[in-house]
Design a protein around this ligand. Structure first.
Ligand code: 2HA
Ligand code: ZN
Length: 275
């Protein structure tokens, strides 16, 4: 059995390359994690090594106890993942208390998981609970146009959601619950992990002001597609604002309601305010 032949590893690596090609992963920017299925763990567990030390996560994720995650490495470049997976990504096991992890495969030469591990794991913990175990992918990327917008739009969930929805008809269908906005915070620790995971109770997308986005989804396609849709919409908004600060016409709340009915999605009232 070859670990690198596993479908979930191939999907993970393809997503890293796709994100790099979008321009969202300059240098070591961004990180990705995947919560493995039990049968995926079983099928490759014989190749795991349990020699490496347990390390504090820096937060507690009790409902992820004993689970395994495929993660990108700290300081590693997305563009290098496909070239040398064992050096740039790895599998970590969470201990029985949900407070420690250890590397069981990959991340060779003493490499460690992403500096955003606390946010990834706290988001997984929330999504495992709120999606009835369905969501498995958490993705962080430095999406250029979303970041640009965090300098000119008020950092409010209602405003970002509504502006992004208005820029492309498919947006309310792709992210009907909306997007959350986390104000600027120091990355890489528990505080930003707590703030982000609070947003993940309501949304599948959390924007980090002046930094990037976090997305959650059931698989690599859905999660990458979500980031792609949000960033495309942000790009249209940046273009529109570059032409004029005023829209001559847009999609109205009544039209969003019509769309929601036809596409069988429910859109929270708080985003359908009259301007
Ligand atoms: O460098 O993106 O947020 C990795 C990051 C930290
Ligand atoms: Zn980042």
């Amino acid at each position: 059995m070859n670990i690198l032949e596993q479908e979930f590893i191939k999907g993970f690596m393809r997503m890293c390359s796709d994100g790099f090609m979008q321009g969202w992963h300059e240098r070591n920017g961004g990180n990705l994690s995947y919560r493995m299925k039990e049968q995926e763990v079983q099928s490759i567990q014989s190749a795991f090594s349990y020699q490496r030390a347990w390390t504090d996560i820096g937060t507690e994720v009790l409902n992820l106890a004993n689970e395994y995650f495929l993660v990108t490495g700290s300081g590693k470049y997305f563009r290098n993942v496909e070239l040398n997976p064992e050096a740039n990504i790895g599998i970590v096991e969470i201990d029985a208390t949900g407070t420690q992890y250890r590397v069981v495969w990959g991340l060779i030469n003493g490499a460690v998981p992403t500096s955003e591990l606390p946010t990834h794991l706290m988001n997984h913990a929330v999504k495992k609970m709120t999606t009835n175990n369905l969501h498995r992918v958490i993705y962080h990327c430095h999406t250029t146009n979303v970041i640009a917008l965090t300098f000119v739009l008020p950092l409010k969930d209602e405003i970002f959601t509504r502006e992004l929805w208005e820029m492309a008809t498919e947006c309310p269908v792709v992210f009907p619950s909306g997007v959350g906005v986390v104000p600027w915070m120091v990355p890489g620790g528990k505080d930003i992990a707590v703030a982000t995971s609070e947003k993940m109770h309501n949304y599948d997308v959390a924007i980090w002001a002046h930094h990037g986005i976090f997305c959650s989804g059931i698989d690599f396609d859905a999660t990458f597609g979500l980031a792609h849709t949000v960033e495309k919409s942000a790009e249209i908004l940046v273009k529109m604002l570059s032409m004029t600060p005023h829209k001559l016409q847009t999609i109205t709340p009544a039209q969003f309601c019509h769309l929601a009915k036809e596409f069988h999605v429910s859109l929270p009232e708080k985003f359908l305010y009259e301007k």
